[in-house]
Design a protein around this ligand. Structure first.
Ligand code: SAM
Length: 293
């Protein structure tokens, strides 16, 4: 069964995306951001992120990807994330259905248990694809970052007809260093794989305009929809676990109650001391474990 909630800017579907997506009209959304379970055995309240084989996981991904592509407007973009080990299956398949524009690496540091016998996993891949490589939204000026090389050293670019100082900003490359969401950050919600607002902000600013519709079939903490709302975009979010739908209703200011329960932000007032007497250690250790895939 699927329940629908919403306000003027955001719609939440509480249900399985494979049931919801077929009901959405063709070519109706401008941007899809899909961050599915990664098939790496994480626990999401009532659901284990593990498929019997890589092939079965890939076949499941192709089902919802087919729907997302149908729903995407001809000028639209699709960003998809998955584990490093599963991404090759998705990449090979998507090449035959969309134009793959960038292969992005979201890189972060770890404060958790350090790997001793292998190279610890400190990145997650993101594919950026479009329907029409000649006609898609890309707001380069809205996502520029500081240009570190020539501009910082105040170099002059003599390759130009009239030599000029290096530009101080640039469009980011495809390796993005953005810290993961930590317990102490205001945006933190209780979820094992919450994506940072900074990551979502870059994607939404670049690949949509004010008033556009952003679709996220695996909302989790509804970061995509919350950032879309803050940036004046509309959103459609799908999530099948009630615990996370509650976060969405509250974060998007759609509702104050769910099944008679009053919705409250996470209470972070109680923080234990760790063995060294440092406040917050116990919680941070627990959280680091959740994120180290
Ligand atoms: C990797 S998390 C997404 C995290 C999200 N991007 C965030 O920033 O919080 C994947 C989410 O998809 C949900 N999910 C898994 N399978 C689903 C399905 N078939 N339909 C809808 N939601 C699903 C899980 O409950 C989980 O919250």
């Amino acid at each position: 069964m699927v329940e629908k909630y919403g306000n003027e800017t955001a719609t939440i579907f509480h249900g399985d995306c494979l049931q919801v997506l077929p009901k959405l009209p063709d070519e109706s959304v401008d941007l899809v951001f899909a961050d599915p379970p990664y098939n790496i055995g994480k626990r999401f309240v009532e659901f284990d992120d593990a498929w019997p084989s890589d092939a079965e996981y890939a076949a499941w991904c192709f089902e919802w990807l087919r729907q997302c592509i149908r729903i995407l407007k001809p000028t639209g973009s699709l960003y998809v994330m998955t584990s490093t080990q599963a991404m090759p299956y998705i990449d090979l398949w998507l090449r035959n259905h969309l134009g793959v524009i960038s292969r992005i690496v979201w890189h972060y540091d770890s404060s958790g248990v350090q790997a001793r016998k292998y190279y610890g996993s400190l990145y997650e891949p993101i594919l950026f694809c479009v329907k029409d490589a000649k006609n898609y939204t890309f707001n380069a000026a809205d996502i520029e970052v500081e240009a570190r090389t020539g501009a910082v050293r105040r170099l002059i670019d003599y390759r130009k007809n009239v030599p000029a100082p290096y530009k101080t900003t640039k469009v980011p490359g495809n390796a993005w260093y953005i810290p993961r969401v930590r317990y102490r950050m205001p945006e933190y919600e209780e979820h094992p794989s919450q994506k940072p607002e900074a990551l979502m902000e870059r994607i939404i600013r670049a690949s949509s305009n004010a008033g556009d519709i952003v679709l996220d079939p695996f909302c989790g903490t509804f970061s995509t929809c919350a950032v879309a709302q803050r940036l004046g975009r509309r959103s459609i979010g799908i999530e099948f676990q009630a615990e996370y739908v509650k976060i969405g209703l509250r974060r998007l200011r759609i509702g104050t109650h769910f099944d008679g329960e009053e919705l409250h932000p996470l209470d972070k007032s109680y923080v234990r001391k760790n063995a060294n007497g440092v406040h917050g250690g116990a919680v941070d250790d627990r959280q680091a474990g959740l994120f180290d895939a």
